[in-house]
Write a protein that binds this ligand. Structure first.
Ligand code: SAM
Length: 322
């Protein structure tokens, strides 16, 4: 790998929801002074543009719990080479933040919703579905387009909602992407293969109802396989890390809130970028990034050779930035 196509930046490991597959009850938080400041994140992003970085996604934890997030958006948008800044959010407080984010130049939004039934939504997340829907409505009015909605499908829990999600996507004008539940966080999230709903089955069900899905493209779709539903004029996507992994050629990196570069979700391999971002010279930062590129290449090869095993990712998703 000699280019970085995409960096996901976690700005906090705190979250205002408690999704069982993401943040177990006993999770601890990184102390405030360990968290990268916005200027530090921007410094790393700027340096990475020399290695091809053009797209940044802000995530968490829940990124909107960090104060003045629009300041970070503004800093990233001021970097001339960065042409796409997006945000992944649970949207619980989006209605009140969307306008400031839009003004700061945020390009796109991904919003997580795992159930369209208020009771089940609460059971999964401990939050209110209506707050999220209001966030979507406000964001649509402000002109965010496309808005993508991510739904983690868990067998026996929300798999029966696939068609409802499709209808919802068409009604709200959002692109729904179904995701298979991953074993991120090891034993802490109680993952088992029985909980994974292979998304091919969902795809077949949708085709039975709406006719053949037409392969399509979508801005920043990355890992998703995207299709058009002609009958509804909408798009949907499938992200299948378990049943059909997509690691080959991956050049995506993740920056955790405390400044570790995580090479891949499948392992715990990380490089601590904070010392060099905080105290290093430009040359030292540059040489650190080159090391990251080399390590990412090695890590990719190991994962492909292992048959795409999820080997030892003990960090929970909320501390990584999914
Ligand atoms: N709080 C924000 C949100 O809810 O979108 C951003 C962080 S959250 C960790 C990012 C995404 O990771 C969410 O869509 C969430 O559903 C997904 N996620 C978390 N744990 C997961 C797991 N074990 N398997 C698959 N997706 C997961």
């Amino acid at each position: 790998m000699n280019e970085i196509s995409y960096l996901r930046v976690s700005v906090t490991d705190k979250c205002n929801l408690k999704c069982f597959y993401c943040r177990p009850d006993n999770s601890e938080f990184v102390p405030h002074e360990e968290i990268l400041r916005y200027e530090e994140i921007a410094r790393l992003v700027r340096a990475m543009t020399r290695y091809g970085l053009r797209k940044v996604r802000i995530t968490g934890g829940e990124p909107l719990v960090r104060p003045q997030l629009e300041e970070l958006v503004r800093m990233l948008k001021e970097i001339p080479q960065i042409n796409d800044v997006s945000l992944t959010t649970n949207a619980i407080t989006l209605a009140k933040h969307a306008e400031k984010l839009r003004e700061a130049g945020l390009d796109r939004l991904n919003i997580s919703i795992d159930s369209l039934k208020p009771d089940l939504f609460f059971q999964i997340t401990k939050g209110r579905l209506e707050d999220v829907l209001e966030g979507i409505r406000v964001s649509k009015k402000l002109g965010f387009d496309p808005i993508k909605v991510n739904a983690v499908i868990v067998k026996g829990l929300n798999e029966d909602e696939a068609l409802d999600f499709v209808e919802f996507g068409a009604e709200y004008g959002v692109e729904v992407r179904f995701i298979e539940m991953m074993p991120i966080g090891g034993e802490q999230i109680n993952w088992s293969e029985e909980k994974v709903k292979p998304l091919d089955e969902i795809k077949r069900k949708i085709e039975e109802e709406y006719g053949k899905l037409i392969p399509a493209i979508s801005i920043g779709s990355g890992a998703a396989r995207v299709y058009k539903i002609e009958k509804l004029g909408s798009k949907i996507g499938f992200i299948t890390p378990i049943s059909n992994p997509f690691c080959d050629g991956c050049s995506k990196l993740r920056l955790t809130a405390e400044g570790h570069i995580k090479l891949c979700l499948r392992t715990d391999e990380e490089l601590d970028a904070k010392p060099v971002i905080r105290y290093g010279s430009d040359e030292e930062l540059d040489s650190f990034i080159r090391k990251v590129l080399i390590e990412k290449e090695i890590s990719n090869q190991k994962i492909v050779k292992s048959g795409y095993a999820f080997s030892d990712c003990r960090r929970i998703m909320t501390s990584i930035g999914g």
